[in-house]
Design a binder for this molecule. Structure first.
Ligand code: NAD
Length: 453
């Protein structure tokens, strides 16, 4: 099938490459010339493990290209997917990008003589596809949904850092359909993909996505709430608490004599909070959407509040060992919101940097990927020193704070912290290091959810 995807971000491009790998002819529509040229040269515009290879592969077979000509790309397509950004502004969903491209798709559809299906892949609050996208398409195409064109809502579940695997091996495909014909037509895209397809109406598909993300965020914030309780009970390490909880057979059952550890358990752990381009904005958007319905959502409110204040726990821990922070040098290890991505959007590291700078701290950051290709605007505005290596960040530091659990940080030894830093203080925001070993080797170790006697 000919598939056009509007949006060349993490979702649009990775989905496009995965669909091309299935044999479809995919055109990704972007608006930045430089990025389009990069994609057409086979160079990924962002870091995502395995993506460079996948992109080169599908380009060699001439199955994926990028363009800024939206009209031509729409007219050539059987299926048109909207994968533009849906950020929050003032804690509400900002649909301006979706509105703009929907209008453009509608205008292009006036010239189309064949049946085409428009698919909303961007995360949008329930009823957006029906109440915003559908009327705009009908208005600008001068056609009626159903007979004139098909309409679906297909939420995306890929995880940055695992996006290529997730896009090639989806654990489920949810198709919200305007009518049966739209759903069946769109489902042909996934012919040969071994997974479960769930057909729903449009608004259910929209709510599935928000519920999935809000549940993950709830697990994380609940884990952080427990860490706050543990912090106040001498002798408790929250990591031991989680071990005891995780061993519940309903969380990690024994299969063929071996205990399995479901991926979901990685969300039931305490740390310095969640970030990224999805969980923070989606929880806030769902909260304000529910507010609009006059539905009270105290759980969601708590999830957001705990997460917003969680990075400050790192400062509380630092103050236990360094009373006066003014003029101190702190090495911040990790800027990306999680390992294996260069994405720093809403990373807890950014909040932490603000807090540290407000306390008069000199912040030296390191991240293996976040500024490797180019320095994101958010970083330029922060006024921090960016180190080339973790060791360089640690030089002469009064304390180090681990924010992102990159594999390369696991290899940092107590000896290296001791030799490089002015004082070997380590605040572990991901509980990644072996506290007993580090302490034995002379590191002043503090971690989220750890209260020593
Ligand atoms: P992104 O910001 O990385 O990419 C959005 C892209 O849309 C950008 O490249 C932007 O240039 C492009 N765009 C905006 N307006 C355009 C226009 N008029 N014409 C052409 N291109 C235009 O966003 P993303 O992370 O890829 O997310 C896209 C959507 O998918 C969002 O709704 C997000 O919530 C959802 N989502 C994201 C993830 C994720 O892990 N990033 C996972 C699941 C769902």
């Amino acid at each position: 099938m000919n598939i056009t995807i509007i949006g060349t971000g993490y979702v649009g491009l990775v989905t496009g490459a995965a669909l091309a790998a299935l044999g479809h002819k995919v055109v990704c529509v972007g608006r930045e010339k430089g990025k389009i040229e990069k994609i057409n040269r086979g160079t990924p515009p962002f870091y995502e493990p395995g993506f460079g290879e996948l992109l080169k592969n599908v380009q060699k077979k001439k199955l994926l290209s990028a363009t800024d000509n939206l009209e031509n790309a729409v007219l050539d397509a059987d299926v048109i997917m909207i994968a533009v950004g849906t950020p929050t502004s003032n804690d509400r969903i900002d649909l301006s990008q979706v509105r703009t491209v929907t209008k453009q798709i509608g205008e292009a559809l006036t010239k189309s003589k064949t049946y085409q299906v428009v698919v909303v892949k961007s995360t949008v609050v329930p009823t957006t596809t029906e109440k915003v996208v559908l009327p705009l398409l009908e208005k600008y195409s001068k056609k009626k949904a159903g007979r004139g064109f098909g309409l679906c809502m297909n939420p995306e579940f890929l995880r940055e850092g695992n996006a290529v695997y997730d896009a090639l091996n989806p654990d489920r495909i949810v198709i919200g359909q305007y009518d049966g014909e739209s759903g069946l037509y769109f489902a042909k895209v996934f012919k040969g993909v071994k997974t479960t397809i769930l057909f729903t109406n449009l608004q259910t598909a929209e709510l599935v996505k928000y519920t999935a993300n809000s549940l993950l965020a709830t697990l994380i914030s609940f884990s952080n709430e427990v860490a706050r309780i543990a912090d106040n009970i001498a002798g408790v390490d929250v990591m031991d608490v989680w071990k005891g909880v995780h061993l519940d057979g309903r969380f990690s059952p024994m299969v063929d004599g071996k205990r399995i550890t479901p991926g979901m358990l990685s969300y039931v752990l305490s740390g310095c909070g969640y970030g990224g381009s999805c969980l923070p904005k989606d929880t806030k958007a769902l909260f304000s959407f529910a507010e609009g319905l006059k539905v009270e959502t105290p759980i969601l409110a708590g999830v957001v509040t705990i997460n917003t204040t969680q990075p400050a726990r790192m400062i509380d821990l630092l103050r236990l060992v360094l009373s006066d922070l003014k003029g101190k040098r702190v090495a911040l290890l990790g800027l990306a919101f999680k390992p294996n991505t260069d994405d720093i959007r809403e990373s807890p590291a950014l909040t932490l940097i603000h807090l540290l700078k407000n306390a008069g701290v000199i912040v030296v950051c390191h991240d293996p990927m976040a500024y490797k290709e180019r320095e994101p605007l958010e970083l330029q505005q922060l006024g921090v020193v960016l180190a080339e290596t973790a060791q360089e960040a640690l030089i002469n530091a009064d304390a180090a704070m681990l924010v992102t659990a990159w594999d390369e940080y696991k290899k940092l030894t107590p000896g290296l912290f001791k030799q490089t830093m002015k004082t070997p203080i380590l605040i572990d925001g991901r509980r990644m290091y072996n506290k007993n070993f580090f302490k034995k080797e002379g590191i002043v170790y503090k971690g989220i959810g750890l209260r020593e006697i």
